[in-house]
Structure formats: C-alpha cells, structure tokens
Design a protein around this ligand. Structure first.
Ligand code: IDC
Length: 444
C-alpha cells in the first residue's frame, strides 16, 4: 500500500496534465511542516467531475507508531475524514482542504477518496513517467544546500532529508549506471540522491586518474539532468589512513570542484571510511583537502568521514566526543556516519542520536546487511535505523545501486547491461525494501 500511495502522490503532482476518469474526485496530501516527533499534514480534495458533489470521504492509513492527534476543517473519525458543516459541497473544479497533526513521523501509506485511490484512478499507475514533471525534481525544489545548525537545509533555509542510493565501485559496475538505470532511480525510485563511489585503490582512481575523473564528472551530469543531488565519494578504504591518498585527493578535488563549481547539486565526500587512523589524522587531512575545494566551489557542502570506518569512532572503541571536542576547522561541513544494519545495533544507534544533537551528520553509506556487504538482510534493524534517521532528518544513501552478487545489492545479478531497471521484478530483497522506503514522499 505504501508503494501504491507513493505512486498516487506523484501522479497528483502532475494531476493537471492527466486525464482522470469522468467520475473521479481526487485528494492530494502534502506535509506543511514537520518536526522530530510529528508533522502537520494537509489534504486537498478536488472535485474533478463535471457536476457538483455534496459530500466526500477521505480514508488515510498510517504506519504503526503514527496517529492523528487533531484535525481541522473536517469531521474526523479515527483516520477517516468527512466534511465539516461548510465544505462538503464542491462545484465542478472546486477544492476543499483539511489539516491534521500527526504524532509520529510516518507518512500515510494509503489514501482513498470515496473508496478509490486518491489520485482518482481505481488501480495504481504501473508505468512510471520517463521524465519527472518539470519543476518538481529534488534539485528544482531545494536548490543549493547548506548546513544550518546540525541539519542540511535547502536554499530557503528549511531542514530537509535526502534519500538515495550509492553506486558500487565504478571500476567494477560501470554498466549499472546508464540512462535507463538512472531514469529508474529518479522516476521509479523517486530518489533524491546518487552517491558516486570512486574507489581510489582496488583498480580505482590511482590506476587511471583522468579516466576516473571523467567518469565521475559524467555521472554528476547524469544526476544533474535528472534533478538529483550527487555526492562525489573519494572512496578510500584500504589503506584506511586518508593521508596515504592526500596528494591524489588534492588533485582529484581540485579538478572536480573546478569543473562542477557552478552546479547546485554537488556534495563532496572527501574520504569514505578512515580506519586505523586517529581523529587527529583525519582532521589534518580534512583541513588540507577542504581548502582545495573551497578555492573553486565556496558554497558546496563537504562531508568528512569519521574514525573507525565512519562510525563516529564507535567501532574503534571511541565516541563522537572526540569530534565535538576537536571539530574540523571549516564551515558548511558535515560528518559521515555509516552502518550495516545486521552488524551495527543499539549502541551505534544511541551514539548517532547523541551525536546528532551537536554534529551535522550524513549517512553517506549504509547496508541492510552485515558489514561484509553480504549475509543476512536485516529488515527489522534497517527499519529501526531508517525510522531514527527520518526522525532526526538525517540524509542517507544505501549501498548499493548495483547487481553485485551480494545481498546488499539492490538489483539481481545480471540486471545491469540489460534494458530494465524500473519496477520490482529486477530487485533483490534489499532492493525491494529500499525502493519502497525511498519512494515515499519527501519532507520538502
Ligand atoms: C564492499 C563491496 C564488496 C567489495 C569490498 C571491497 O560490497 O563487493 O569486494 O567492498 O572493496 C564498506 C565500504 C564498502 C564495502 C562495504 C561492504 O565502504 O566499500 O563494499 N562496506 O563491505 N564499509 C562497510 C561495509
């Protein structure tokens, strides 16, 4: 049902362009504002028929943990809304809105008006549009991002959450990133974000700097064409000390920041997962690489990896306090946190919750599986994690948008290179879950 409603909402954004059945009324749901424990929702009922209607009935469903605390401009019974005394009669083309306060952050998982889907259709749309409606892409809606307090804010200063997918290593899965797969990410998954993971070692950047730089730039362009944000991930992993790659990082970021400076949708992630290195070592690296980017692109958000495989230090027996006590000397930056849901449980969640009060965090990578990238798909832990990130408005990218033969991959092996990426038939268990989660309405 969540999937169906997400489809209905997107259809509504383009409702004026769509031919609706002659007998339909429609209802559009929007989030007016949100906060950590709830949000204000609004539903607009439109009489799309050619005759006056005298009443209407909207039935919403919410995920467990979210309830409607109060409403106005409607008569509420549980999650069923009928007109107030003054707004039941609607002439052809007329609309009436009602509002409500939700306790809990779960968005409606289904919406029925007079017993049929709120977009006026009796069955959910099955074919996604090939291009997003003009003006409604994540970048069109939010523009140049910046860090405000501990949040990521859009150009209007509103705290937002971006949700999207990470590529696998570009050196191995180049055929997963093509027009069809990126269309699916933008319009079928309704993602906000593509993280472009450029490994430095393991047959990555160091073997062909100009080739990998060009590949990253072309994927940034593909993201831009679709109105997606792009994270340029300098995917250091082994060796874990980013200073090993300092010279490469300076060259790479000088090039990509000069080339992409005018774009509003680029976010720089200067080191993926520092490991075997102190926070002081990471901070020193960051304070040498950030100025290289700033010289070209002064207003972009930059993300710094953290100690212990971007665990805020927890996987090294430390905590985020070492960062809070000694932050990177730069502005408009965020700190990376990564988790693998089957491996990283409550103690990691507690640390994220604690750190989020004082540090701007971005989950640039997480898996639904174990830290190996394979093994059990732990959807219960993933749900707990993502509910926490939603509540804290922490942005995230899932590892991986690829057909790698490992359970973290969203596509079944053999999908890439083929023609089909949209829908669920090509997806793994993890992919189906992530697509459903990412397709739900954004908080902007
Ligand atoms: C894994 C890939 C796997 C590859 C391995 C080594 O899933 O196919 O063989 O890297 O390159 C991370 C890293 C990310 C890992 C991932 C899963 O950022 O590169 O990808 N992981 O192990 N941190 C924690 C887990």
């Amino acid at each position: 049902m969540r999937k169906m409603f997400a489809a209905a909402v997107a259809a509504l954004a383009a409702a004026v362009l769509m031919a609706l059945p002659a007998s339909a009324e429609t209802a559009a749901f929007t989030v007016v504002s949100s906060w950590s424990s709830g949000y204000q929702g609004q539903v607009t009922v439109t009489n799309t028929t050619s005759s006056t209607i005298t009443t209407w009935r909207v039935e919403l469903a919410f995920p467990a943990g979210t309830t409607v605390a109060q409403s106005w401009n409607a008569t509420q019974s549980g999650t069923v809304f009928t007109p107030a005394s003054w707004n039941g009669t609607l002439a052809p083309g007329a609309s009436a809105s009602f509002g409500f306060i939700a306790n809990g952050t779960g968005r409606p998982t289904s919406c029925l008006i007079n017993g049929v889907s709120c977009d006026g259709s009796t069955t959910p749309p099955t074919t996604p549009p090939t291009t997003p409606p003009a003006g409604s892409t994540p970048v069109a809606a939010n523009g140049q991002l910046r860090v405000c307090g501990v949040h990521l804010c859009n150009a209007a200063g509103k705290a937002i959450q971006l949700r999207g997918m990470s590529t696998h290593g570009l050196q191995w899965f180049a055929d997963c990133y093509n027009d069809a797969s990126l269309d699916a990410l933008a319009t079928d998954w309704r993602a906000d974000l593509l993280r472009v993971s450029m490994y430095v070692q393991e047959q990555g950047y160091e073997t062909n700097p100009s080739g990998f730089t060009a590949r990253v730039n072309s994927l940034v362009d593909e993201a831009s064409e679709r109105g997606l944000y792009a994270i340029i991930d300098f995917h250091t992993l082994t060796p874990g000390d980013p200073n090993y790659n300092l010279a490469n990082a300076k060259t790479f970021f000088a090039n990509v920041s000069a080339r992409n400076a005018a774009k509003q949708n680029v976010i720089y992630e200067i080191t993926n997962e520092p490991n075997g290195v102190s926070w002081a070592g990471i901070k020193s690296y960051a304070e040498q690489v950030i100025p290289v980017i700033r010289a070209n692109d002064p207003d972009a958000v930059i993300i710094v990896g953290t100690r212990g495989w971007s665990s805020l230090g927890v996987s090294d027996g430390s905590t985020s306090s070492e960062i809070t006590a000694n932050p990177v000397n730069a502005t408009n930056i965020m700190y990376a946190f990564h988790f693998y849901a089957a491996s990283h449980l409550d103690n990691y969640r507690a640390e994220v919750q604690r750190a989020a009060a004082s540090l701007p965090l971005f989950v640039t990578e997480f898996g639904t599986v174990t830290y190996t990238g394979g093994g059990t798909v732990d959807l219960a832990s993933t749900t707990t994690w993502l509910d926490l990130l939603d509540r804290l408005q922490i942005s995230y990218a899932n590892w991986t948008y690829s057909d790698a033969d490992e359970s973290s991959a969203a596509f079944r092996p053999g999908t890439c290179g083929g023609p089909t990426y949209a829908g669920t038939s090509v997806l793994t268990e993890s992919g189906v879950f992530m697509r459903n989660r990412i397709r739900t309405p954004d908080n902007f």
